[in-house]
Design a protein around this ligand. Structure first.
Ligand code: NAD
Ligand code: FES
Length: 289
C-alpha cells in the first residue's frame, strides 16, 4: 500500500505543508499524536507531529521544515508522488479537558503541532490564549488558523518585524504576572524555547506541558532512540510521551542526544545534494534540492 499526497506547498521559506490520504490514521488521531513516514522502501523513518486531520476527507496534514536529507527530499515531492509508509497515530494523545484558561505557546514550526491542541481545548470549552513566535514575520505560520481557534492571539518576532519584538517567553512571563488565572500552559517549539518556558514558569504554580521530539527510529518503545529523562526517570517519548511536565524534563540531556548524529546528518545532506546536482546536470547553480 502507498499513500497519496493530496496537497503540498511551501508555506514560508523551507517550511512545507503536505496533506496525505490516510483515512485510518485520520479516524484514530487525537491532538499531540505523531506519525512516522518513509518516502520509499530504502528511506529513513522520520517522525512528524500531526498538524491537522480530517476524518470526512480521510486526510492527515503534516508540516515540516527542510533540515536533513529526508526532509529536503520530502520537500521536492508533489501531488504526483506517493509515500511508501505512513504509520500512526503514535504516542499518547493530550489529556484534553475543560480546565478554564489554557495558554498555548508555539515557536517557529512548533506552531504546527499547537494548532490541533487549540482546536481540541477550544472544543472542550476552554478559553484559549495563543502565543505564536517566529524569527521574522515571513517565517510565521498558521496565524489565521490560530486566530480562528483562539480567544486571544499574541504574535512575537525575534527581529520585531511583527507583533512583540522578542521571544514568546516574554509574553508567557507577562501573562503569568497578570491577573488572569491560567490553568495550563502547553509549549511546543525548539528545545531551547521549551527549556526557556520551563524556566519562566518555575516560580509559578501552573501546570506546564511540553511536547518532545527526540531522535526516533521505530516509534513503538523498542529501540530506545527516543530515551529522555523526566524527573530522573528514563522515559521513551514515543510511547510515554510526547507530552511531559516541562519542569521535570532534562533538556540538556535531550539536546545533547539530539546532536549525536549531527556529523552523519551533514554528510548525508552533502551526499544527497551532490548526487542531485550530478543527476540534474545543473551543477553549482542547482537550487532544486
Ligand atoms: P526558531 O529557532 O525560529 O524559534 C522559534 C521561536 O522560539 C522564536 O521566535 C522564539 O520566540 C522562541 N525561542 C527560540 N529560542 C528561544 C530562547 N532561547 N528563549 C526563548 N524563546 C526562544 O524555531 P524553528 O527554526 O522553527 O525551529 C523549529 C524547532 O522546533 C526545531 O528544532 C524542531 O525540531 C522543533 N519542533 C518541535 C516539535 C515538537 O513536536 N516538539 C514540532 C515541530 C518542530
Ligand atoms: Fe524507539 Fe521510541 S523511537 S523507543
Amino acid at each position: 500500500m502507498t499513500y497519496n499526497i493530496l496537497e503540498k506547498y511551501e508555506m514560508v521559506p523551507t517550511v512545507h505543508l503536505m496533506k496525505i490520504q490516510a483515512p485510518d490514521v485520520a479516524k484514530a488521531t487525537k491532538a499531540s499524536q505523531f506519525i512516522i513516514l518513509r518516502i520509499d522502501e530504502t528511506g529513513e523513518r522520520i517522525p512528524l507531529t500531526i498538524a491537522d486531520f480530517d476524518v470526512v476527507e480521510g486526510s492527515v496534514t503534516i508540516i515540516f521544515q527542510e533540515m536533513g536529507k529526508t526532509t529536503k527530499y520530502l520537500a521536492k515531492l508533489t501531488t504526483d508522488d506517493t509515500l511508501q509508509d505512513f504509520v500512526g497515530p503514535l504516542g499518547c494523545p493530550s489529556e484534553i479537558e475543560k480546565l478554564g484558561t489554557i495558554v498555548l505557546v508555539g515557536g517557529g514550526v512548533g506552531v504546527a503541532p499547537i494548532y490541533p491542541q487549540a482546536k481540541a481545548y477550544r472544543k472542550a470549552g476552554n478559553k484559549v490564549i495563543s502565543i505564536i513566535g517566529a524569527r521574522s514575520k515571513n517565517l510565521l505560520i498558521l496565524e489565521d488558523e490560530m486566530r480562528t481557534q483562539s480567544d486571544e492571539v499574541y504574535i512575537t518576532t525575534d527581529d520585531g518585524s511583527k507583533g512583540h519584538h522578542g521571544f514568546v517567553t516574554d509574553i508567557v512571563q507577562n501573562l503569568l504576572e497578570g491577573d488572569e488565572v491560567i490553568n495550563r500552559i502547553v509549549a511546543i517549539g525548539p528545545p531551547v524555547m521549551m527549556r526557556a518556558v520551563a524556566g519562566v514558569v518555575e516560580p509559578f504554580d501552573v501546570e506546564t506541558l511540553v511536547s518532545l521530539n527526540p531522535i526516533m527510529v521505530d516509534g513503538t518503545g523498542m529501540c530506545g532512540g527516543c530515551r529522555v529523562s523526566i524527573g530522573g526517570e528514563t522515559k521513551f517519548a514515543c510511547v510515554d510521551g510526547p507530552e511531559f511536565d516541562a519542569r521535570k524534563v532534562d533538556f540538556n540531556l535531550m539536546m545533547s542526544r539530539l546532536g549525536l548524529y549531527r556529523s552523519e546528518e551533514s554528510e548525508a545532506v552533502e551526499h544527497y545534494e551532490s548526487e542531485c546536482k550530478s543527476k540534474t546536470g545543473c551543477g553549482d547553480e542547482c537550487t532544486c534540492h
